[in-house]
Design a binder for this molecule. Structure first.
Ligand code: SF4
Length: 226
């Protein structure tokens, strides 16, 4: 195994990078055997709504709001007909509540008018709805429909850069590189493992490199937060 000190992503061959990525994913599988989507949901509609609400806040915070939200608005029709002020009050603890409430009501209308009230299982259709970008669509595809998707959130962005897979914060470019590094049957779970790594070990300000399962494969080991 290479040492972190010897890793130079700019000189790494494509084959070596793919090999290192798979090794990292195997080690993260051992480190986080229970990695999963931490949003609570019971169906594609609930996951779509919870994921839209998760922008700029934590999954834990979203999970405190969704039981009440889903009781009041159990489906697309209820959401489409929601009183905006009521909806804003319900989602307020997740932040950006005005934009989020408008997006949710818009999603309810879009589902009702264009998709018979059902969440579509395709990227092209999901991203036509208000507040739904590729990250949200990939979360829904991978976790509600078992369609491979590689959501790129703030943790995945940080990890992909620190691990030397990309040198960009552009989500589309990161998704493109990650989906090339891993086979599609790994995308959803590899994304969960990177999110867990970012949440619990490779923190933005002070990564816990001494406790990191992939320290020997990381070109950024001990370079941040000292
Ligand atoms: S915790 Fe340190 S060694 Fe582990 S991935 Fe983050 S920067 Fe690299």
């Amino acid at each position: 195994m290479s040492t972190a000190a010897g890793l130079r992503p700019s000189r790494e061959s494509r084959a070596a990078r793919v090999r290192r990525a798979r090794q990292i994913d195997r080690l993260l599988t051992e480190a986080f055997p229970d990695a999963h989507c931490e949003l609570d949901f019971a169906n594609p509609f609930q996951l779509l709504i919870a994921t839209v609400l998760s922008a700029q806040t934590t999954d834990r915070q979203v999970n405190t709001v969704t039981p009440v939200l889903f009781a009041r608005y159990p489906d697309a029709r209820h959401l489409a007909e929601a009183d905006l002020a009521d909806l804003e009050t319900t989602v307020r603890p997740t932040g950006f509540f005005r934009q989020k409430a408008r997006a949710l009501r818009g999603i309810g209308s879009a589902l009702l008018e264009r998709f018979d009230g059902e969440v579509p299982a395709s990227m092209d259709e999901l991203v036509t709805m208000p507040g739904v970008g590729r990250k949200t669509a990939n979360v829904v595809l991978g976790n509600a429909f078992a369609v491979p998707g590689f959501p790129v959130d703030t943790h995945v962005t940080r990890l992909a850069n620190r691990l030397g897979w990309v040198d960009t914060r552009d989500p589309a470019a990161i998704e493109s590189e990650l989906t090339a590094l891993f086979p599609d049957d790994l995308w959803t779970m590899a994304s969960h493992r990177l999110v867990f790594q970012g949440r619990y070990v490779c923190h933005a300000k002070r990564p816990a490199c001494d406790e990191c399962a992939v320290v020997l494969l990381c070109p950024s080991a001990h370079k941040f937060g000292a």
